[in-house]
Design a protein around this ligand. Structure first.
Ligand SMILES: *Cc1c(COP(=O)(O)O)cnc(C)c1O
Length: 396
């Protein structure tokens, strides 16, 4: 193939990356390899199987097959990372990334607005291993320096923050971490590899819940850890030490979904912004928590560092009695009531940010809704919410 002068566009990468299928009789998509045992032609080949060399050598089902290698390659390429490993869930991607770089006696700084189960892992598992955890205000930026101890080994970031969408100054934090030899891990699930380029912003390790947009259809549990070259060996090794792997059918489906990630993200972005703008005009709404809206406090940082906005955002309602909130939510026809997000269907749930932080406060008086903008027709979604507000109004 002719060497490309300029880097191909992202949609082109999404279509062309991870296509070892070309060697599988010309079928378009890399086939599903169901594998545990891999048979060798002779003893010499068997004895050579773990020698260093080609990373994509098929030696044991746990360590990967063409189906999983292609998916790992594809996610790494989309984020311009060195390489990637798959794990069984987004949460295991978080926990394995942390355990790859933390040992007894170490200290980790964790953003106060991380995903709830990341916090639970940090609170309930790390202390038992003799690892100290300090939460920090996600808006702290370069002031993070004052929290660094001699034994700080990892700074964990998530931007925007779960539930409340605080945008972190990632380059300011990674610059300080780098100067101190501290590894940075970013939960980049919201932005996906398309809308935030972790490695261009100095991040060492980027984790994704592929359960969300990467698989994108509400039916897969999977995580991905993408890493730069420096951190790659330890990330790969730790994933293997924990015996993490994914089902071949799930890997196939997720790789298939990645082909449309740029198209889907564009659609989720437009739909999310349109809904957020409409919600901002409603008298029932106190604030809209959406980084792409100019009124949002993190908007300038979002504009500086991100290439787009996902379809997940928040809405703070004016204070209302519980029965009014119930009337709004229970009567919705298109917005599903359910955890997780990133699929084609719109979702809406109340969330409770005050329960999920310890060094920052959340003192909005009204209930907070988390909305995922799916791929339905916009006027139908607006009508569904409008009817919800009407129910809320009569129930007050
Ligand atoms: C959903 C989510 C996770 C966990 O992913 P699972 O696949 O559900 O384990 C981690 N981080 C963020 C930001 C998430 O939204």
């Amino acid at each position: 193939m002719k060497k490309q002068e300029t880097k191909p566009g992202e949609a082109t990468i999404a279509v062309t990356t991870g296509r070892s299928s070309r060697t599988h009789h010309g079928v378009v998509n890399t086939p599903v390899y169901h594998a545990s045992t891999i048979l060798h032609s002779d003893l010499a080949s068997f004895e050579r199987r773990h020698q260093p060399g080609n990373r994509e050598r098929v030696v044991y089902g746990l360590l990967g097959t063409p189906t999983t290698f292609d998916l790992e390659r594809a996610v790494a390429d989309l984020e311009s990372g060195h390489d990637a490993v798959l794990t069984s869930s987004g949460l295991s991607a978080v926990s394995i990334a942390l355990l790859a770089f933390l040992r007894t006696g170490d200290h980790v700084l964790v953003a106060d607005t991380v995903y709830a189960w990341t916090r639970i892992f940090c609170d309930e598992v790390l202390p038992g291993l003799g690892i100290a955890v300090t939460y920090y205000d996600p808006l702290t930026g370069s002031n993070i320096e004052s929290l660094i101890e001699d034994n700080t080994r990892v700074i964990f970031l998530e931007s925007p923050g779960s539930l409340t969408f605080e945008i972190q100054d990632v380059p300011a934090i990674t610059a300080i971490a780098r100067a101190r030899g501290i590894t940075t891990i970013l939960d980049n699930t919201w932005a996906t590899p398309l809308f935030f380029k972790s490695f261009e912003h100095g991040v060492d390790v980027s984790v994704h819940a592929a359960t969300k947009y990467l698989s994108g259809h509400g039916d897969i549990m999977m995580g991905v850890i993408v890493s730069n070259e420096r951190c790659w060996q330890v990330v790969h090794r730790t994933r293997n030490q924990f015996g993490q792997c994914v089902g071949p059918d799930d890997a196939y489906v997720t790789l298939r979904s990645l082909r449309t990630l740029p198209v889907r993200m564009q659609a989720h972005q437009e739909q999310g912004i349109a809904l957020a703008q409409w919600l901002a005009t409603r008298t029932e709404v106190a604030r809209v928590l959406h980084p792409a809206l100019p009124a949002f406090p993190g908007h300038a940082l979002w504009q500086r560092d991100f290439l787009g906005a996902a379809g997940l955002f928040g809405v703070v309602l004016q204070p209302c009695p519980r029965q009014a909130l119930v009337a709004l939510v229970d009567g919705l026809e298109l917005f599903g009531i359910g955890a997780s997000w990133g699929g084609y269907q719109s979702l809406l749930i109340p969330v409770y940010p005050e329960k999920n932080r310890s060094v920052t406060t959340w003192d909005e008086a009204g209930p907070v809704l988390r909305i995922h903008a799916g791929l339905e027709s916009l006027p139908d979604l607006v009508a569904d919410l409008e009817a919800g507000f009407a129910r809320l109004g009569t129930a007050v």
